[in-house]
Design a protein around this ligand. Structure first.
Ligand code: GLN
Length: 500
């Protein structure tokens, strides 16, 4: 039998149903691996464990399996990005502001996965309030890329991607505001999907930019993502006002559909000068494989791709500046000890609680919303956001799905952009357009690069490259189908970093 940590979600679910091992055994195995990884030399993926709670969940799953009342994913372990609030584990959002915070309720997505029987191993590191592209903005330490410990895992769901690649969990939740599921999935060689905005509830996901934030699953295979996403989606009208009235769906139903006749749009703006040669080669290889499977490639244009950077970095900070006003030292989280009056308490609390990147965003956001600048920046950005969404609808008249790179280069060195936050922003160029349009997008392992183009000290270690697939609204099943067929024909998703 394959070791438990090398098994996919689908394999674990089957093994549990066949009683080859129990949910308790699986939970013990993964908790032990996570505990070992929390020692020096580990990836830094986990922020919190609660073995007692995990084992209690596993025992409940075993009881359901024994009684024959098990759900589809009963007993399968997973971990949650620390941006989802959880009753059984502390929730920090990667911020000192929430150190020690314990939520009285579970986020809807946490609840839905638990309802499907999944067992929570713990909480995963992320950029502070999900703001970042390398997981270097967490208040609780950086995360190492399991493929090369001197490199970032991507962000902001860096702990989720690294934990899956390092075989610490078979699956995890992530959130994607401007690429935070797709880009770390790409950098760590795992699979992740951000559904259509509004398809999965935002309730209990600590808000960054509410018109963009969307949770989704990350795992090693498209099939596993389909299994989790089927449990996560569906309306949550009483608790999330932007949750859409679109029923849940069985995303595994069409995984094996034939790709013959599928038109894949190739946006020329995604293949310009800024794209590293090693990334391009891997993406081209995956596209060639898809054509062998019957798809045809259609040249398309997304003319406002470049504008997605300034547009996103106006709208997201604007919403963040409003969302983060709740952290004032009164209602929850950190409160400064030394203050003289109410105003100094607010100021001191926020000065102590937030990290540099979060403060930068609050300042930018407050500025673009302020009187006199609102029209020039925020309103203008909203107009262009609409045009970006329209460009996609134009493109979808010529093709069924859109494909390209997830990021312009492979995972960069830890600390490489420490004095240049804008360098991180620019690397988001290929994920931001779909986020601004609210479209579903995913990252599928497409091959490996070596990072030589981007760093003089580039190592010869293989570094994963993801293929990005973008679909029209509610076409998650189609994206998962394309990804699954690609994974039937390739083995990039099965390779593992040395030591995992
Ligand atoms: N890198 C982007 C940012 O820093 C996206 C983050 C995300 O999707 N949460 O805002």
């Amino acid at each position: 039998m394959t070791t438990l940590h090398d098994m996919t979600v689908a394999e674990l679910a089957a093994g549990l149903k066949a009683k080859q091992f129990s949910a308790t055994e699986a939970a013990q195995h993964f908790v032990a691996r996570a505990q070992a990884d929390m020692n020096p030399g580990g990836t830094g993926s986990f922020l919190a464990l609660n073995p007692e709670a995990t084992l209690a969940q596993a025992q409940a799953a075993d009881a359901r399996i024994a009684a024959g009342t098990a759900g589809a994913l009963d007993g399968v372990p997973l971990a949650h990005k620390d941006i989802f609030v959880t009753k059984d584990f502390p929730t920090t959002a990667g911020s000192h502001m929430l150190a020690g915070y314990r939520s009285p309720f579970d986020a809807t997505l946490v609840q839905r996965l638990a309802d499907a029987g999944m067992v929570t191993v713990g909480k995963l590191n992320c950029d502070e309030f999900a703001m970042g592209s390398g997981n270097e903005n967490s208040a609780f330490g950086t995360v190492k890329n399991p493929w090369d410990g001197s490199r970032v895992p991507g962000g902001s769901s860096g702990g989720s991607a690294a934990a899956i690649a390092a075989r610490l969990v078979p699956a995890a939740t992530g959130t994607d505001t401007g690429g935070s599921i797709r880009q770390p999935a790409s950098f760590c060689g795992v699979t992740g999907i951000k559904p259509t905005y509004g398809r999965a509830s935002r309730y209990g996901m600590i808000a960054f930019a509410s018109s963009l934030d969307q949770g989704g699953p990350m795992a090693r295979t498209a099939q596993d993502c389909a299994l989790l996403l089927s449990a996560m989606c569906g309306p949550d009208p009483d608790r999330d006002s932007t949750s859409l009235d679109v029923p849940a769906e069985d995303f595994t139903a069409s995984l094996n559909a034939d790709l013959k006749g599928l038109r894949i749009g190739i946006p020329k703006e995604f293949f310009g000068e800024g794209l590293a040669a090693d990334v391009r080669a891997a993406v081209d290889g995956a596209l060639a494989e898809l054509t062998r499977l019957g798809a045809t490639l259609v040249p398309i244009s997304l003319p406002r791709t470049e504008l997605s950077i300034p547009v996103y970095y106006i709208i997201a900070p604007a919403e963040a500046s409003s969302n983060l006003s709740r952290f004032d030292g009164v209602k929850f989280g950190h409160r400064a000890k030394d203050f003289t009056d109410l105003e100094s308490m607010y100021k001191q609390t926020r000065a102590e609680g937030f990290g540099a990147e979060v403060k930068r965003r609050i300042m930018t956001g407050t500025y673009v919303l302020s009187h006199g600048y609102y029209d020039a920046y925020y309103l203008q950005a909203q107009k262009i956001r609409r045009m970006i969404a329209d460009d996609f609808q134009q493109a979808f008249q010529q093709c069924d799905v859109i494909a390209g790179p997830v990021a312009p280069k492979v995972a960069w060195k830890l600390g490489e952009n420490a004095n240049d936050p804008v360098a991180d922003y620019l690397a988001d160029i290929f994920t931001l357009p779909a986020s601004l349009a609210g479209l579903p997008g995913m990252s599928v392992p497409a091959g490996f690069g070596n990072g030589m183009q981007d760093s003089e000290t580039g190592s010869a270690k293989p570094l994963p490259v993801g293929l990005q697939l973008i679909g029209n609204y509610f076409k998650e099943a189609q994206l998962l189908n394309v990804a699954h067929r690609l994974q039937q024909a390739t083995d990039f998703h099965l390779r593992k970093p040395s030591g995992a």
